[in-house]
Design a protein around this ligand. Sequence first.
Ligand code: NAD
Length: 243
Amino acid sequence: MEQLGGQLVECFRKAKNIVFLTGAGMSTESGIPDFRSPGGLYTGEMAVEEVISATYFKKDPVQFWEKFSQIFALKLLGGYEPNAGHRFLAELERKGEGVTILTQNIDGLHQEAGSRNVIEIHGSLRVCRCTSCRKEYPIAEFLSGDTPVCPGCQNYLKPDVVLYEEEVRRYEEALHAAYDADLFVVMGTSLEVYPVNSIPRIVARTDIPMVLINREETGMDGLFTFRVQGQIGEILTRISKQL
Ligand code: NAD
């Protein structure tokens, strides 16, 4: 892995339009486990892909909600706070830099840190929607432990996230944003989830400089101009001090 160096910092300095692609590793420093790190949710007893699927929700919404709530520790949702990484991105945008965040995360922590230009490709954990009348409700209203049911029509509510087997949101918009970048930075993702992982593959066909900041290697490391292995918060703090 290439160490943090002058060339990388220079790329950040020069960039006028940075697009970040973030994954679950962005929020581990806020206390939310990712899926594929050692100790992450995938190494637990449950097959997460089966649980967080459209099929399972349709088959058994009661069990779905019980397991979904455990996986994402819904009761603690209000207790998670943005970390140094989220704050760095929000600060860049506040300073007037062109910043777009494409995120696979559903925790809303980028927005909570103050980022406004965020594309939530996998939806949001903070909202749920009636499967019948389509009305939206804040998930915070349904954390009692009972299966969330629409107060209006009494049908089951579904979390407004992209479940396995469902189509991602705003993919074309995310891809266009990435094409317009003069720096593309990928952080905290194993790049194993399709179609999000097609974005770096496509950007790699252009001459846009690409940076990967991740704790572990990914199967796509070879696509990147710069790779920095380590904790996002610490690395972004070092970069921000050199800007
Ligand atoms: P993943 O779990 O597959 O991979 C996370 C990657 O981040 C790993 O390669 C790990 O080495 C790295 N990582 C973890 N902590 C890090 C840190 N502090 N600094 C640097 N790197 C770190 O995650 P994924 O690729 O995003 O795919 C998981 C899917 O599950 C996504 O679609 C996402 O929607 C969902 N998910 C979301 C959340 C959330 O919203 N916070 C949490 C878990 C899963």
